[in-house]
Design a protein around this ligand. Structure first.
Ligand SMILES: Cc1ncc(COP(=O)(O)O)c(C=O)c1O
Length: 368
């Protein structure tokens, strides 16, 4: 179906920044700088500065960032890693794929891991916790850091959805051993294909990731330091991401404006819970604008039928997918919110008229 308001519009976004993107493309292509060149280094330095850490290491995806982080932390068979029951499956799959056991815990109404549930899930085998900062809003890292310090846990932040978000003035991705980033095209900082990174203050972790992304090889000496992977961020993607990273602060301002417009238009509907939370310590960058509709799927279907493209991630919680062989220990908040989620169009290319159309359509549903 052709939507009147699209969830994202990559072609329109490209048109907005065509000159800078084309210039980056021609520079890379005309020099033939395809693998691990200056553009990658520049992007890594700028990303590290933006997040407020010493190192950033460009990888092929957010999944790779999680996977390499777990290996850098020495997580493996016999270890348990606490992960939220409501997240993108990659958070959990990375744990399974290093041979460790994921221990799922419930989330809070703001979609993020519940620190109290972390405490309840601790066992002598718990080695790490992966808080996920979902939708552009950080998990309560002050509480999680305190728990981790008390219980000797490694913290790996899945910050894939929250570049630019902070708590107590400290950016997500700078709290744990690593911050893990995804530059999948529809992320707040998205490339034109897959991409990811680790941010860290630990020089050993940065070196480990730099070796592992290139099959264990130190590219200066040619020495292999271990069995690694092929998961280096492409130089061309890095060049594009560097352009977009310069624009990100102004794009976050725009996202917040859009969120305010939605709030003004929808705040008085009692059955619709909007993603505006009352915690002055944390700010929201609105990677996604996920509302919780008491009417569940009927609300999303109505929007789609009336030309508004919405996403409903994740209507079926990942632990209920049989192929993943995970245990459903009962996660009441995850179950509740999974039935209610509806992600409204949120992107920097949307016009105010389009936002108003989304608001009117949502209101029409409730006026029925
Ligand atoms: C919360 C979260 N974790 C991990 C990932 C994995 O990132 P990627 O798709 O780049 O592997 C994503 C993105 O899709 C994500 O949203």
């Amino acid at each position: 179906m052709t939507y009147r308001v699209r969830f994202v519009d990559p072609a329109r976004n490209y048109a907005m920044i065509k000159d800078e993107i084309d210039a980056a493309y021609f520079e890379v292509m005309s020099k033939g700088d395809l693998i691990d060149r200056g553009q990658l280094k520049s992007f890594e330095q700028n990303l590290a500065r933006f997040v407020g850490v010493k190192y950033a290491v460009g990888l092929n995806s957010g999944y790779d960032a999680l996977h390499i982080s777990l290996r850098a932390a020495g997580v493996g068979p016999g270890d348990e890693v606490i992960v939220p029951a409501h997240t993108f499956v990659a958070t959990c799959s990375a744990v399974v794929n290093v041979g460790a056991t994921p221990v799922l815990v419930d989330v809070l109404p703001d979609f993020n891991i519940d620190p109290e549930e972390i405490l309840k899930a601790l066992t002598p085998r718990t080695k790490a916790v992966i808080p996920v900062h979902l939708n552009g809003y950080m998990a309560d890292m002050a509480a999680i850091t305190e728990i981790a310090e008390q219980h000797g846990l490694i913290v790996i932040e899945d910050a894939c959805q929250s570049l630019g978000a902070s708590m107590l003035g400290k950016k997500g991705g700078s709290w744990g051993l690593t911050g893990c980033w995804s530059f999948y095209p529809f992320k707040i900082l998205g490339g034109y294909g897959d991409g990811g990174a680790i941010t860290t203050d630990d020089p050993d972790v940065a070196r480990f990731a730099t070796l592992m992304r290139y099959n264990g090889e130190d590219r200066r000496t040619g020495e292999y330091h271990g069995h690694g992977f092929t998961c280096l961020l492409d130089n061309l993607q890095a060049a594009f991401l560097d352009v977009k990273l310069r624009l990100l602060p102004s794009w976050i301002v725009r996202r917040r404006e859009i969120a305010q417009r939605y709030k003004q238009g929808l705040d008085d509907i009692p059955d619709l819970m909007l993603p505006h939370y009352d915690d002055p310590r944390r700010d929201h960058v609105y990677q996604n604008y996920v509302v919780r509709a008491k009417q569940g799927e009927a609300f999303s279907t109505f929007l789609r039928d009336n030309g508004v493209e919405v996403l409903t991630q994740f209507r079926k919680p990942y632990y209920r997918h049989e192929g993943l062989k995970l245990e459903d220990r009962g996660f009441p908040e995850t179950e509740r919110l999974s039935a209610e989620v509806c992600s409204l169009p949120m992107n920097v290319e949307i016009t105010d008229d389009e936002i108003d159309y989304v608001i009117q359509t949502a209101r029409k549903f409730y006026a029925k």
